[in-house]
Design a protein around this ligand. Structure first.
Ligand code: MG
Length: 385
């Protein structure tokens, strides 16, 4: 039995994690649940799973929930609540699925309290991969990937060191604008928010769906892979694979490749992270290769999707630059969704902000957060009033 704390229980990954816990009641116990503002769903999840403690963003909501529950579970709120949950004495593993930078401090707190962490929030490793992995090593805990690509690589590596790897290959669906004949570069400025939100193979949150359309999602994953698997950026490649069945591949030094395949469903990588090193039976995901017929791969289009090149540069230079890329992208996606900038301007904003930044190598957490705040101001300069 694994005692699991789930930070971000009402988001897309959180809801899938609760499903996995529903599937495996004798393997997974949800002992802590934290949500942002969706008190209704948090209440429902808590009634079903009876966690020890829960947390919600707003203190006023926390008081309402505590009244609704009586004494158990304990209800916390805000950033303090996330830290409380991340360090619950009974927790074995803390799954962090909070959007944005709010998951960073709870991740470090969990690691320092000796908990394994499962990371679904990309910001954690993109911004502070060096610190997180160093602390995990120091406290002897695991950092497990929840993302389908990193879970695939983790499964293929199966404990082999990065020295046995020639290259890690992250697969990308290519997003809704993959087809160059339909979507040549000249048409990118006509891309609407509604069109960008239609993803061909995955159903996800809004920010990550736009990130999949620009390929910034893949860029962030490249940087995550660099830290998770202790490998330099030059050995992290991207292959476009529209069917999203091969979740990623590892090319070994002897020329042999391993890949992990399945019908796309986030429950699978989540379940693997929570039951690792065991595999639990599940009927949730079925893959029929005869029906699929064929799987295809192609080189990503670096020109139409500058995100990959920008991420590669950020990952190579390191220091505070990945945090700047991440923050500028977040601001630009928000501006695109609010119709303040067009689609190509998302990558242009990120590039402009990165070029204006002086990266600090081996930064402290404080310096990373400063770079994040700076990048948000710098990125939004042209359209801020
Ligand atoms: Mg992914």
């Amino acid at each position: 039995m694994k005692n699991v704390v789930l930070l971000g229980s009402t988001g897309s990954i959180g809801v899938s994690t609760v499903k996995v816990a529903d599937d495996l009641p004798d393997r997974i116990r949800l002992i802590g649940l934290a949500a942002g503002n969706n008190a209704g769903l948090l209440l429902e999840q808590s009634r079903r799973h009876r966690p020890e403690a829960i947390s919600i963003a707003e203190p006023a909501r926390a008081a309402e929930l505590q009244n609704a529950f009586g004494t158990a579970p304990r209800v916390y709120s805000g950033a303090e609540g996330l830290l409380r949950l991340a360090t619950l004495p009974a927790a074995d593993i803390v799954l962090i699925a909070i959007v944005g930078t709010a998951g960073l401090q709870p991740a470090l707190a969990a690691i320092r309290a000796g908990k394994d962490v499962a990371v679904a929030s990309k910001e954690i490793l993109v911004m502070a991969g060096e610190i997180v992995m160093r602390e995990a090593h120091k406290y002897g805990v695991r950092v497990l990937a929840v993302d389908s690509e990193h879970s695939a690589i983790f499964q293929c590596l199966d404990g082999r060191p990065s020295g046995s790897v020639r290259k890690l290959w992250l697969t990308a669906s290519g997003g809704p604008f993959r087809d160059k004949a339909l979507w040549p570069r000249e048409k990118f400025s006509e891309i609407t928010v509604e069109r960008a939100l239609q993803h061909p193979s995955w159903t996800m949150g809004r920010k990550i769906t736009i990130d999949s359309a620009t390929l910034f999602n893949k860029g962030l994953e490249m940087i995550e892979a660099r830290w998770l698997f202790d490998i330099e950026m030059a050995r992290v490649g991207v292959l476009v694979h529209p069917q999203s069945v091969v979740h990623s591949l590892v090319e070994f030094v002897d020329g042999s490749w391993l890949a992990q395949l399945s019908t796309p469903d986030m429950c699978l990588p989540i379940q693997y992270a929570l039951t690792y090193p065991e595999r639990a039976p599940s009927g949730r995901v079925r893959t029929d290769f005869a029906e699929l017929g064929r799987l295809t791969f192609e080189e990503p289009d670096w020109e139409r999707f500058p995100a990959i090149g920008l991420a590669r540069r950020a990952g190579e230079i390191g220091g505070t630059l990945p945090a700047v890329l991440n923050a500028a992208n977040e601001v630009a996606v928000e501006a695109f969704v609010n119709r303040q900038i067009n689609f190509p301007q998302i990558a242009e904003t990120v590039q402009r902000t990165m070029e204006a930044h002086q990266s600090i190598s081996h930064p402290t957490l404080e310096q990373i957060l400063e770079a994040d705040a700076w990048a948000r101001r710098e990125a939004s300069n042209p359209w801020r009033r």
